[in-house]
Design a protein around this ligand. Structure first.
Ligand code: GAR
Length: 201
């Protein structure tokens, strides 16, 4: 039986689509539900195009509503892929060690409240570091602080703008997320990847 996944989104949904593409025809894992805090998130449309049930939460702060949907679809693993709001504590508790988040930088640096999207890439460029990348980690009660499962590094190049860096990191995200999800499906739970993925510019 394929591992039953929910993907939670707030916006565009490119990571969702990368995952759907990678899992197409897979016997290991299947996206059975997409949840969003925003009714107008383009990601919900992407999900429906792929024939996946897509739900806009009436009240994203209501954990009981989340759990009704997640349990209703017998979800075993929750993937936050560009979900930019706090997940209710009771959902985190119910899916402890079974909920992962993708973050567009190399945690533990450049994470925490307010660190999402372009804010992350601006902070990376301001800091002058030579590398950025994508991190997938377990979700706990603190923003971006759960155990790190996998990272993919990309270089920061001279002349990078937040947009050019974001695009390079996003490609890394699209490669890393399916690898981690398929590993989780094989193991029956999220597990760390032994090696960081090293990606060219
Ligand atoms: C991705 O870059 C993801 O890492 C980031 O939002 C983007 C969503 O893009 N998440 C965060 O910043 C979480 N702190 P997508 O909707 O095209 O997948």
């Amino acid at each position: 039986m394929p591992l039953r996944l929910a993907v939670c989104v707030s916006g565009r949904g490119s990571n969702l689509v990368a995952l759907l593409r990678a899992l197409a025809g897979s016997a290991l894992a299947r996206v059975v539900l997409v949840l969003s805090n925003r009714a107008d998130a383009p990601a919900l449309e992407r999900a429906r195009e792929w024939g996946v049930k897509a739900v806009s939460l009436a009240n994203p702060r209501d954990g009981a509503e989340w759990l009704r949907h997640l349990h209703g679809e017998q979800v075993e693993l929750v993937v936050l892929a560009g979900y930019l709001k706090l997940v209710p504590a009771e959902v985190i508790a119910a899916y402890r060690d079974r909920m992962v988040n993708i973050h567009p930088a190399l945690l533990p640096e450049f994470g925490g409240p307010g660190m999402y999207g372009h804010h992350v890439h601006e902070a990376v460029l301001r800091s002058g570091v030579g590398f950025s990348g994508a991190t997938i980690h377990l979700v706990d009660e603190e923003y971006d602080r759960g155990a790190i499962l996998a990272q993919a590094r990309v270089p920061v190049l001279p002349g990078d703008t937040p947009d050019s860096l974001a695009a390079r990191v996003l490609k890394a995200e699209h490669l890393l997320l399916p690898v981690v999800v398929l590993k989780a499906a094989e193991a029956g739970r999220p597990v760390p990847l032994p090696e960081p993925l090293e990606l060219p510019a």
